[in-house]
Design a protein around this ligand. Structure first.
Ligand code: G6P
Length: 626
């Protein structure tokens, strides 16, 4: 979703802003722009389309200067047009603003501002903030009796007061970066619900909506909290809380390195991230397996063993792929730890009010740590007094910081919009969690040891699974032209079926539905014909023969069948049109291997259909609006 970059220092700011916007492209966007503050005023270049096109515009019409802001927009209010792109000017150009989030009361504010004579050029909610800033700035100038700015420009405090007065009138969420024409060398940022991170350099300050634009420029970062306002300049950083005053910045170290956000020879981030999975699963396991105690080590839960033993129910809440990982988690926690577990869509949980006792533990599962619905659901659970933990990838993200504790995935940045490595890491962490809870309750020492041994083996099993790539490519070649797909699996592979269908939908725009294989008889079977392939996830297991029967039912109706099966399974080969083999692992670990051919299948089908696999239409990597 929308991205922000900002800079105050000595570099040619357009170069930094453009590079930053490129690095934010993965979030999903439809237009881009920058504003540069110089002695002659504020200059803006913006346009609908890709950052590369903005780059061409800037090349033909350069804007020198060393303070500026930039934005990638994912349209919410108003279509993706040049005019609706950010930055937006306020008043008669005294302010320029970029904004992430949604200003919910923009309509009434717009009417009030129009009555005061402000002219709106765009349909965006953001322009309201821009005009309000100009309005309050002029109010402040009038109150302080200044007839305009002097040689030195405006006092920063005056601009800060205008920002505070503006924020007091906004309802909704925002991450804002603001330039004041008369305040040279300075940029102001404010946050409420939309993340912002500040980078501290030598004689320069950076701003971004996530850390990726800062990588390689600085390792010292400060994450802004809600209701904080930051004033950035070449030599100083000042942070104020809107209600409590001056804040001492808490400086953290950024661990990301350049190679994390580069393609490293892969044609797409999605493929790179699929191939990283042996390593990312290993990272999720590292330091968390205790063979001597036959349990998992969960350092960051911040709950004592006594408190954890009191828990009698777990609620997992998430969106999208993370929700699918949660479903696998439910099966694991119930089977291993005998712990009643529910998986809730965060967007529902935040407004539904299900009865939850004080013995309920909540986990928010999220790759980005910024998904608006997941954050809101988590806050709602915290408000009601439940211990609320996060299973999260992005260190320093809003959810990671607001949770009472949690477990990091350590998967490195996931750039491809369609989540791949985060899913397998989430499933790995949930397996560890199930083991941990189980060993606290009734699971025997030998069983715990057996699970640890199997988990240790998983990076190698995932590496072996990647050998199916050539076969997947062939299958994609033969099947990419179909327009409807069913994905079917049972038990641990039911969530995998949902995830496989979601992957195909997301990046190739093909209609696909995931279903529990047996449930297919109660509706979806009506869709089956020669034009509707079914992808069966059918590795060997307790109810393998039942899934074989479901497969026969599809074949009897002439539906093409693509099967994901265990190496050497000839029974499946006799029924299915295509078999993609994966290594045989314990049933509870099958999602970790079976997800991989499905990721690859959607990748190749999308490529063959000419789709942009890393940046699919309409989608965003981190959905920071409701
Ligand atoms: C978006 C992304 C999905 C992701 C979902 C939840 O829809 O496109 O890939 O699964 O958000 O994101 P989260 O960061 O909370 O896991």
């Amino acid at each position: 979703m929308c991205g922000i970059v900002g800079y105050a220092g000595f570099r040619n700011v357009s170069d930094f802003l453009l590079e930053g916007l490129h690095r934010l492209e993965y979030r999903g966007y439809d237009s881009a722009g920058i504003a540069v503050l110089s002695e002659t005023g504020i200059d803006v270049r913006k346009r609908a389309g890709r950052v590369t096109e903005l780059g061409m515009l800037i090349e033909s019409q350069p804007i020198p200067g060393s303070v500026g802001i930039g934005h990638t927009r994912w349209a919410t209010h108003g279509e993706p047009t040049d005019v609706n792109s950010h930055p937006h000017f306020g008043g008669s150009g005294e302010v320029a603003v970029v904004h992430n989030g949604v200003i919910e009361n923009y309509d009434s504010l717009r009417k009030q501002l129009q009555q005061l004579g402000y002219v709106f050029r765009s349909q965006t909610d953001t322009e309201v903030a821009a005009h309000l800033l100009a309005h309050h700035l002029n109010e402040q100038i009038r109150l302080e009796g200044l007839g305009g700015s002097g040689e030195e420009g405006l006092d920063t405090d005056l601009c800060l007061k205008a920002v505070e007065a503006t924020l007091a009138r906004l309802k909704g969420t925002y991450g804002l970066a603001i330039l004041f024409r008369e305040c040279p060398g300075t940029l102001i940022a404010a946050r409420c619900g939309s993340p912002l991170v500040i980078g501290i350099g030598e004689n320069e300050s950076f701003l971004a909506s996530d850390a990726s634009p800062l990588v390689g420029y600085t390792k010292e970062v400060v994450y802004l909290s809600d209701n904080e306002i930051a004033v950035l300049s070449q030599s100083a950083l000042r942070i104020e809380h809107r209600h409590t005053g001056k804040v001492r910045p808490s400086i953290q170290t950024l661990s990301q390195v350049n190679s994390d956000i580069e393609l490293n020879g892969f044609p797409h981030y999605m493929l790179k991230e699929i191939y990283e999975q042996p390593q990312t699963v290993e990272n999720a396991l590292r330091g968390r397996l205790d063979s001597e105690e036959a349990t998992a080590v969960m350092g960051g839960l911040n709950l004592s063993a006594k408190e954890l033993r009191r828990i009698d129910r777990i609620v997992l809440t998430a969106c999208g792929t993370s929700w699918h990982a949660g479903l696998v988690g439910e099966y694991l926690l119930e089977e291993f730890a005998r712990m009643p577990t529910e998986v809730e869509y965060a967007s529902e949980l935040r407004y539904r009010n299900p009865p939850m006792s004080d013995r309920t533990l909540v986990f928010a599962i999220t790759q980005s740590g910024e998904t608006a619905d997941t954050l809101a659901a988590m806050r709602e659970c915290k408000r009601k007094g439940h211990p609320t933990l996060a299973i999260c990838n992005v260190v320093g993200s809003s959810i990671a910081r607001e949770a009472d504790g949690g477990i990091y995935l350590h998967a490195g940045p996931e750039i491809g919009v369609a989540s791949t490595k985060a899913f397998t890491s989430q499933v790995t962490v949930l397996t560890l969690l199930a083991l941990y809870f189980a060993r606290m309750r009734h699971m025997s020492f030998p069983t715990g040891q057996r699970i640890i041994k199997q988990l240790r083996n998983m990076p190698e099993m995932i590496q072996k699974t990647l050998e199916c790539h050539d076969k997947v490519r062939e299958v994609a070649d033969r099947y990419y032209h179909f327009n409807n797909y069913l994905y079917l699996g049972r038990l641990y592979n039911f969530p995998v079926a949902l995830e496989g269908a979601l992957k195909l939908k997301e990046i190739s725009y093909i209609h696909a539905e995931g279903y529990p294989a047996a449930e297919m008889k109660h509706g979806p079977i009506a869709l089956v014909d020669e034009q509707t392939p079914s992808v069966f996830i059918i590795p060997r297991g307790a109810i393998y023969s039942k899934v074989i029967s479901n497969m026969e039912e599809i074949r009897a109706r002439r539906g093409p069948v693509i099967a994901i099966a265990c190496e050497g399974d000839l029974d499946v080969a006799r029924i299915a049109d295509e078999v993609i083999y994966v290594p045989e692992v314990e049933e509870y670990l099958q999602p970790l291997v079976c997800a991989i051919p499905l990721q690859l299948l959607s990748y190749h089908i999308a490529l063959l259909r000419g789709c942009n696999v890393d940046r699919p239409r309409n989608l965003a990597k981190s959905v920071t609006v409701e």
